[in-house]
Design a protein around this ligand. Structure first.
Ligand SMILES: Cc1cc2nc3c(=O)[nH]c(=O)nc-3n(C[C@H](O)[C@H](O)[C@H](O)COP(=O)(O)OP(=O)(O)OC[C@H]3O[C@@H](n4cnc5c(N)ncnc54)[C@H](O)[C@@H]3O)c2cc1C
Ligand code: SF4
Ligand code: SF4
Length: 391
């Protein structure tokens, strides 16, 4: 029986995070059909270690969905933005992440951070270890493109301290890796999660480019920016030095979010990155009409850990304002809805995986499990709806 990550690939469930390739040097990532696919080489001993750090293999819905609501009930959410106008206008929304990382670097709390770099060329988008404020700023804004974030862990100095920025699946892979590799526990001191609806594949970017310019993407000379200048920021496609723009509502809403993406995104239960120290999203509740309005550019953040609270108090160039749990829920309605669906799927999958309906021998434990998941699931749905109506 094959015990390595190949089964994720055949089921098209791999998110391409790269965790398996950090744990095992017999695995490398290759690009295939627009995704980063881990390939086990011929010397693979089938030991199964790679599966132990794979966020897909270890997706346990019971681990999630409580931190988010717990944080909201303690009123930990905030709305915020960078006070440096260059950062606020270049970033995805309020520039919180870029500013927070720059502040932490200047305060010597971190020596660097793992972020997603882009110069507009799809072929150059990659995870980097940024060690200066210029490098952090060069990696600002959202890349709706598959980037194997954990591969940059190979480039860190294990005696230094870093922050890591990633989506729920990246953070889950990192948490699993930190359980296995002690040096990562010491080196990665802060995990910043992105609220994440889904991650489009490379094909989605190529389709967007073609729709915007009428031409195929030309590797080498073409450029594509997803959220450029302002809030929420237009997509910009550059062909032959001619720049074409498309509003965010169309580029994300009609193309990127609808075309191809990892199948795992449809069953993901960590859209709100509940195992990060802090999760960051867009303050959509401030801009319902989706018009480019730089003055409204802001983030919503939820610090999950006490350490994140402590660091937020030290940040110098960020303006914090109050917001309500309803503002968070209003900003993330789509995301919460697909998380509910994923939980429902996971709930039934657990029931059938444990053979509850057919196993007579395991009847007592099966009933216990059924009640437990039933209870957790119902509790979660009630809490979500309670929050929707409470505030
Ligand atoms: C695929 C994807 C889906 C998202 N879905 C939602 C959503 O549904 N709702 C929502 O509110 N927010 C979503 N976000 C987050 C949002 O787009 C902003 O990134 C977030 O609000 C931070 O804003 P900021 O102004 O602080 O970002 P910035 O200051 O511009 O910093 C963004 C940071 O994220 C890093 N980054 C960019 N792209 C990636 C990537 N693909 N993988 C890992 N790191 C990356 C950058 O390197 C940078 O450090 C999503 C982001 C991504 C990448
Ligand atoms: S999800 Fe990550 S850890 Fe799992 S197989 Fe894919 S790249 Fe490897
Ligand atoms: S939806 Fe979930 S699986 Fe998909 S990219 Fe986002 S965090 Fe990862």
């Amino acid at each position: 029986m094959i015990k390595n990550i190949s089964k994720n690939i055949t089921k098209r469930l791999c998110t391409g995070c790269g965790a398996c390739s950090i744990l095992c040097n017999k695995i490398h990532l290759e690009e295939k059909n627009g995704y980063n696919i881990p390939i086990a080489d011929k010397n693979c001993t089938n030991c199964g270690q790679c599966l132990s750090v794979c966020p897909v293999h270890n997706n346990q819905f019971k681990n999630f969905n409580s931190n988010f609501l717990k944080a909201l009930s303690c009123n930990k959410q905030k709305v915020c933005y960078s006070l440096i106008s260059n950062i606020r206008s270049r970033s995805a929304s309020g520039g919180f992440i870029t500013q927070f990382l720059c502040d932490l670097l200047e305060l010597n709390i971190i020596n660097g951070c793992i972020v997603a770099y882009s110069d507009g060329k799809l072929e150059n988008q990659r995870a980097i270890v940024a060690k200066t404020t210029d490098e952090i700023i060069s990696a600002c804004s959202s890349k709706y493109y598959p980037i194997p974030m954990l591969t940059a862990l190979k480039d860190i100095d294990t005696n230094k301290k870093y922050a890591f920025v990633g989506k729920g699946c990246d953070i889950s892979g990192l948490v699993l890796l930190q359980k296995k590799l002690k040096y990562l526990q010491n080196a990665i001191i802060l995990k910043i999660g992105l609220m994440c609806y889904k991650s489009p594949s490379k094909t989605s970017s190529l389709t967007l480019y073609k729709e915007m310019t009428g031409y195929q993407y030309n590797f080498g000379s073409s450029k594509l920016y997803y959220r450029y200048n302002g809030w929420p920021g237009d997509a910009i496609a550059i062909y032959d030095n001619i720049s074409n723009s498309m509003p965010y509502s169309k580029s994300w809403g009609k193309i990127l979010a609808l075309k191809s993406y990892s199948k795992h995104c449809t069953i993901c239960t960590n859209h709100l990155c509940e195992n990060a120290d802090i999760v960051v999203g867009d303050a959509w509740y401030r801009n319902k009409e989706l018009v480019n309005s730089p003055k409204e550019a802001a983030n919503i953040i939820i610090p999950y850990s006490n350490y994140a609270d402590e660091l937020l108090n030290k940040s110098i160039n960020i303006k914090f304002e109050k917001c309500t749990p309803a503002d968070i829920i209003n900003s993330q309605k789509n995301l919460i809805q697909i998380q509910e669906l994923a939980l429902l799927y996971e709930y039934f999958r657990k029931i059938f995986q444990n053979n509850i309906l057919f196993s007579i021998k395991n009847f007592p434990s099966a009933v216990k499990l059924l009640l437990k998941y039933n209870f957790d699931f119902i509790k979660y749905i009630i809490r979500i709806y309670k929050h929707k109506t409470d505030y």
